[in-house]
Design a protein around this ligand. Structure first.
Ligand code: NDP
Length: 492
């Protein structure tokens, strides 16, 4: 073998050449292994520490790099620099995921899909952490861990429980809209390329003149919506548990870069107060007829990660990462997420997770946060406190995010005030009656019955029937008949 073809010599992590890849240092051929075989001992120690804690939610993900391109002038609504100018491109990274399943769980199970995007803008990283559904199960962050516990595993058996899921959902009627979408075939997307993404939350945009707007983001798949039926999704879970990950990787590797069109709904700031639905309630959409979606850009994912752990597992998205020209809204779920995403990455990856290449901004960082485990961005001779007299970074008051005013009120634990048309079932009913086709309605009823007849108690089943009757009496009747049939089949 020539020197060129010879593989490199194995080394320790300190770069010291190693004598054997196969044999521990022992006293004679059958003798005890000696503790001072530091290479083998350290190899085992490192292996024991290979995993970081998996995400409590969205554990199994698949990701890809790409870019966002502006296709429409949006300067009338926002001054965000990465959205300024038709044709402008910003590099980005996207991570799609299931929600409840663990790192090794099958890709095609019924679940919402995470749709997390990171834009590496010249004004810092902008993260948009959405789902493939336009709404969510709850509208107040105080219920989030309860909701997730209900989707996870029982404390004694470690097994998932449909009874626990329906118990929580039927006791939380605000979940009806999202559960309708989850139980439809959109709950089992065929691939990650064939689903839409939504900001779900309402955000604010502010233009250079300081005018504010409420906005919602819709990422429409250019590949078209394609879903698995329940039977197809179940079969694929056994056949190829990594089907979605394999499909995304394969398409990009083959040069078939998936693309999404960004459509925005824009609501003038003053219209929120009198809008017929509470525009900040995460369980509601803004009907398109009220605020027609406007196409403003496109996202293309054209590069696979080089290392799954470094780029997909260690990726940290946080909705608190907002750039000038983009702000929050008084959505109580969003408020909670602003705290919890950054917090989970501090725990999962460490205090300096934003210095890792996938998370690091591609613009200069001038922060007064210093040191902590694994930091390698250091200040040198720069001042480490503000204010200072020695040329350290100075904040710019003009970069304040858009805000909103709040009427003076007593602090308390309030429900949202209902707007004119608000109730928990109205939009789920609209979806069922006017948007779904006959086949969608039939599959929805079949999927609900299959799920709610599997280990769900009679008491909870009764509530399941009432819940769907509230969405639509015809759907309630179909579910009741289906659960009845399932019960009789079990008894026979
Ligand atoms: P529209 O008829 O203008 O829009 C309906 C929307 O529903 C389309 O965006 C379509 O998305 C989506 N859709 C179609 N089939 C299904 C399905 N089986 N499951 C879930 N979504 C589906 O109606 P409105 O805007 O007045 O909304 C009516 C209802 O549609 C809402 O109550 C809501 O349940 C649902 N919806 C509304 C959205 C919105 O932002 N207004 C977004 C998504 C759903 P696509 O183009 O991808 O097929």
């Amino acid at each position: 073998m020539t020197d060129d073809l010879r593989p490199p010599t194995t080394t320790t992590d300190s770069g010291i050449p190693v004598a054997s890849d196969e044999h521990s240092l022992t006293v004679g051929p059958g003798g005890p292994t000696v503790l001072h075989d530091a290479y083998v001992v350290q190899k085992m120690q490192h292996f024991n520490r290979e995993r970081v804690p998996e995400r409590v939610v969205h554990a199994k993900g698949s990701g890809a790099h790409g870019y966002f391109e502006v296709t429409e002038d949006v300067s009338q609504w926002t001054s965000a620099s990465f959205l300024s100018g038709v044709g402008k491109r910003t590099p980005m990274f996207a991570r799609f995921s299931t929600v409840a399943g663990e790192l090794g769980s099958p890709d095609t199970v019924r679940d919402p899909r995470g749709f997390a995007l990171k834009f590496y803008t010249e004004q810092g990283n902008y993260d948009l952490v959405g789902n493939n559904t336009p709404v969510f199960f709850i509208r107040d962050a105080s219920k989030f861990s309860d909701f997730i516990h209900s989707q996870k595993r029982l404390p004694d058996t470690g097994i998932r429980s449909n009874d626990m899921q329906w118990d929580f959902w039927t006791l939380s009627p605000e979940s009806a809209h999202q559960v309708t979408i989850l139980m439809s075939d959109r709950g089992t997307p065929r691939t990650l390329r064939h689903m839409n993404g939504y900001s779900s939350h309402t955000y604010s945009w502010m233009n250079a003149a300081g005018e504010r707007f409420w906005v919602k983001y819709h990422w429409k798949t250019v590949q078209g919506i394609e879903n698995f039926t329940l039977a197809e999704a179940d079969a694929m879970a056994g056949e190829d548990p990594d089907f979605h990950r394999r499909d995304l990787w394969g398409a990009i590797a083959a040069g078939d870069a998936p693309e999404w069109r960004l459509e925005m709904q824009v609501m003038p700031f003053e219209e929120a107060a009198d809008y017929r639905f509470n525009p900040f309630d995460l369980t509601k959409v803004w009907p398109h007829s009220d605020y027609p979606p406007i196409t403003i850009g496109r996202m293309v994912l054209d590069r696979n990660p080089e290392n799954h752990f470094a780029e997909v597992e260690q990726a940290g998205f946080a909705p608190s990462n907002l750039v000038p020209g983009i702000g929050l809204s008084p959505d109580k779920m969003l408020m909670g997420r602003i705290f919890s995403y950054h917090d989970t990455h501090l725990h999962r990856i460490g205090a300096n997770y934003e210095q890792l290449p996938v998370n690091a901004p591609k613009c200069p960082v001038h922060s007064y946060n210093k040191d902590a485990a694994m930091t390698y961005r250091h200040a040198g001779a720069q001042p480490i406190y503000a204010p200072n007299s020695y040329g350290g970074p100075k904040a710019d008051p003009s970069k304040e995010l858009p805000t909103w005013s709040v009427e003076a009120a007593e602090m308390g634990r309030y429900a949202y005030e209902n707007h004119r048309d608000d109730d928990d079932f109205i939009q789920a009913g609209t979806l069922y009656r006017y948007v779904m086709k006959d086949a969608d309605r039939e599959h929805l009823a079949t999927n609900i019955v299959a799920h709610a007849s599997d280990g769900v108690t009679a008491v909870v089943q009764e509530r399941v029937i009432r819940y769907w009757t509230n969405v639509d009496p015809d759907l309630g009747a179909r579910v009741a008949a289906g659960l009845n049939r399932a019960q009789m089949a079990k008894a026979a």
